[in-house]
Structure formats: structure tokens, C-alpha cells
Ligand binder design. Structure first.
Ligand SMILES: NC(=O)c1ccc[n+]([C@@H]2O[C@H](COP(=O)([O-])OP(=O)(O)OC[C@H]3O[C@@H](n4cnc5c(N)ncnc54)[C@H](O)[C@@H]3O)[C@@H](O)[C@H]2O)c1
Length: 396
């Protein structure tokens, strides 16, 4: 499992989570793959997973784990228990490629890794080749049967889609011409060229580009994304179908998020926030069948909250006789504890799909994402049924 953003909060939770589960010291709470019927698929056992990845920040996973421990996300006993696995993961981490306009914004207290700053100066073609070589080395040195690459890097600044990104030929030309390409798309290109399956848990462009979807199909590799559906959006896409089914008229759905982790600090920048906001606004209009619905999500960085995100949603709706009513909910969750089990599920499902020779967008995983690459609906219940149908087909 190759994690891009290998020492971030989610990656650190995944590393400790996998180790704790493999040692039988954690319960698989939040993991659908640990429960019937998904557990009946021939999924890869967690004990056999080897983790590594790319990272642009200096520092160590031990420091990241201490921070999550201080903020009540990782239990101290788990951090102590999994020191060896965490150290082994850290030793496999390679310098990543920062996103172009982002050299300073994403790094934590320890700053950017000098090797990543150096790499950022290389032409795009060379950067992609380095990333690919790292993934191939990982497979060779660890004698791995298959690699799944998971993008868990910071949210990139929003960029308008370029015509060159739509076809593989255009993308290759952009690489040769050293034009501005999102780092996430370089990682996706490198992963697919290295023969790895790919999961994009971020709002970053990654393999959503037409060019890279084409590459995945050409190479016969499965991939899925975008942007993990962990908290507020999960609740929204589970609740909205109820309003639609009862034919109630939703007039506006306004949301507000406060978060204090590093992801929150990155999202404090308007260009980065735009990438996230677009995904958060997407689902409701389609579920409620109202393209003009007033819906927005405000996002603020509140450092003292650390990993504990609070979301407040206000739903203003109209019933019979024009009666106007409202529903409000607040959701307070540990972002990393919500995300990690989904990442582990997705790794196992991507590995399973690759083993089964499936390629292209894994539409059965739409329930895991705010902005699914395929699957045709944002309605959580329909997405979940779609996953169960996939499982039933494989169990038949
Ligand atoms: N936690 C959730 O509930 C959730 C839900 C959906 C999406 N996400 C997304 O997941 C991603 C990770 O979240 P997090 O809380 O772990 O953030 P984080 O800031 O703790 O971790 C991100 C890591 O990526 C590294 N990084 C940044 N740019 C990189 C690059 N180009 N190459 C390699 N490494 C790079 C950073 O140094 C950092 O260590 C974010 O994009 C976030 O928006 C999180």
C-alpha cells in the first residue's frame, strides 16, 4: 500500500490501524469489509499488507502519531504497540513532488523535505519518472504481488481543467512541454504506469482527468475517487433522499464546517478551499432534483479543534399548505478516525478488483466518495445497494 501524503493524519491513522488490526488488538469498527457480506469476498488479509509512500514534509510518523495521541485520536497503547510497524513504514517513505504553486503552504512545523524541494525543480517528465521508479522499487524490494496507491495528500489549489488533460496524447505533450500539471495527476500517471491500482481519497484532480482514465483503461487497472465521504456529506447524502421520497420541497441547505487540523489550515486558503467546496456542494442538487437549490458550505480553520471537525447543517424546507419548517443537525467527528477505516476498505476493494482483472472506474465504490468518478448517483442508499450487488455477483 503506497500512501501519497505518507506522514499525514489519515496516513498515520491507517498505518497504526492496519498494525493494530493485524495484531488483533483493534476492532474493525467502521470497516464494511470486515462485516457480512463484504467479509465473505476473498479480500487480502491485513497481516499481509506492506505500507510505504511519498511525502513532501520533513519529520517522522512518530511525531505525527504523538500529535494524534495528544488530541485524543490515537490511543497511547496503540502507538506504543505499533512502534516497529510505524518505523518500518517511515523507512520506506520517499521524497514526494509538491504541487506547483504550493511549495510553502502544506508543510507542517518541520517544513518541506529538502529532497522534495529539489525534485520540484526537475521537469515534469522527470518528476513523474521518479515517482514511478519509487513505486516500482517498492514492489521489487518488498517482493509484492500487487501495489495499491492511495492519494492522501493535502488538498491542492483549484485549477480550471485544461484541454490537454482530456486525452492521454495531450497529457503526454503537457509532460514533455513541462506545463503546469497538478502533482496529484503526476502521482496518478506514475502509479498507473507502474501497474498499480489507485484510490484518490482527496478532492485533487488525480486520475479524474480524461487522460488518466484513458491510461487506466489502456493498462487494465482499476481506480476510484474522488474525495472521501466521511462525515457531514455522508449524513447529507443519507438524509436528502428522505426529503425527495416524501416530496417535501427543500428551499435551502446551508452548511458550516469548523476544523483545526493541517487539512483545515490548508483549506483556510481560498484557492484550496474552492477544490473542497465544489465537491461538498455537488450531491444535494442532484439528489433533490433541483439544479437551482440554494446550497453552500462555509469552511473555517479553528486551530484549537485539531482533528475534531464540527459541521452544522440547516435545512429549510416547505411542506403541505406552504408550511415552512427546518431541520438542523450538528456532527462532531474525528476526521482521521472516520477516514482511516474507509481507506483500508478501499485498499482491499481495489486490490480485489485488480486481482479479478477489472479495470476503469470502480463504480461500486461510489458510496465512499463525495464526488464519485462513476456510479451515477450521490444517494448514499442507492450507492450502498450498488456495492452489495457487486459483492453478490462475486459471491454467486
Ligand atoms: N479526514 C477526512 O475526513 C477527509 C475526508 C475527505 C478527504 N480528505 C482529504 O484527505 C487528505 C489528507 O487529509 P489529512 O487530514 O491526512 O491531511 P494532512 O495535512 O494531515 O496530511 C496530508 C499530508 O500530505 C502531505 N503532502 C502534501 N502535498 C503532498 C504531495 N504533493 N506529495 C506528497 N505528500 C504531500 C503533507 O505534508 C501531509 O503530511 C486531504 O486532501 C483531505 O482533504 C480527508
Amino acid at each position: 500500500v503506497w500512501l501519497v501524503g505518507a506522514r499525514g493524519a489519515i496516513a498515520t491513522s491507517v498505518v497504526h490501524g492496519v498494525a493494530g488490526l493485524a495484531r488483533g488488538r483493534l476492532e474493525p469498527v467502521g470497516m464494511a469489509t470486515a462485516r457480512d457480506p463484504l467479509a465473505r469476498l476473498a479480500l487480502r488479509p491485513l497481516e499481509s499488507l506492506v505500507l510505504g509512500g511519498h511525502e513532501v514534509a520533513s519529520g517522522s510518523i512518530a511525531t505525527a502519531a504523538e500529535e494524534l495521541e495528544r488530541n485524543g485520536v490515537l490511543p497511547a497503547t496503540l502507538v506504543e504497540l505499533c512502534r516497529d510497524e510505524a518505523r518500518a513504514h517511515d523507512a520506506r517513505v520517499r521524497p514526494g513532488v509538491p504541487d506547483g504553486p504550493d511549495l510553502a503552504g502544506v508543510a507542517g512545523a518541520d517544513g518541506l523535505d529538502p529532497a522534495s524541494i529539489e525534485l520540484a525543480r526537475a521537469p515534469a517528465r522527470e518528476r513523474a519518472a521518479r515517482l514511478q521508479a519509487d513505486i516500482e522499487d517498492f514492489r521489487r524490494v518488498e517482493r509484492l504481488e500487487r501495489v495499491v496507491v492511495v492519494n492522501l495528500a493535502s488538498t491542492e489549489a483549484w485549477r480550471e481543467e485544461q484541454p490537454a488533460w482530456r486525452s492521454l496524447d495531450g497529457f503526454e505533450e503537457a509532460l514533455d512541454g513541462d506545463t503546469d500539471l497538478p502533482a496529484s495527476s503526476l502521482y496518478a500517471y506514475a502509479a498507473l504506469r507502474a501497474g498499480a491500482a489507485l484510490v484518490n481519497f482527496t478532492p485533487n484532480r488525480c486520475a479524474s482527468l480524461g487522460a488518466l482514465r484513458e491510461l487506466a483503461r489502456e493498462r487494465g487497472l482499476p481506480h476510484c475517487g474522488d474525495d472521501g465521504k466521511t462525515g457531514e456529506t455522508l449524513v447529507k447524502t443519507a438524509l436528502a433522499p428522505m426529503f425527495a421520497a416524501r416530496a417535501l420541497r427543500v428551499l435551502s441547505w446551508q452548511g458550516y464546517n469548523m476544523l483545526g487540523n493541517r487539512d483545515g489550515r490548508v483549506l483556510a486558503d481560498p484557492a484550496h478551499r474552492e477544490s473542497k467546496r465544489r465537491h461538498k456542494d455537488e450531491g444535494l442538487r442532484s439528489i433533490l432534483g433541483d439544479p437551482a437549490l440554494h446550497t453552500e458550505v462555509g469552511i473555517d480553520y479553528v486551530p484549537s479543534l485539531h482533528d475534531w471537525k464540527t459541521a452544522w447543517d440547516f435545512v429549510h424546507f416547505e411542506g403541505f399548505l406552504g408550511a415552512r419548517m427546518s431541520l438542523q443537525f450538528t456532527w462532531t467527528g474525528s476526521d482521521s478516525a472516520l477516514a482511516a477505516p474507509l481507506v483500508i476498505d478501499l485498499v482491499r476493494l481495489a486490490d480485489f478488483a485488480a486481482a479479478a482483472g477489472e479495470s476503469g472506474e470502480m463504480e461500486h465504490t461510489a458510496c465512499y466518495f463525495k464526488s464519485p468518478l462513476a456510479g451515477g448517483t450521490h444517494d448514499f442508499h442507492r450507492q450502498w445497494r450498488r456495492l452489495l450487488e457487486y459483492v453478490e455477483r462475486h459471491l454467486a
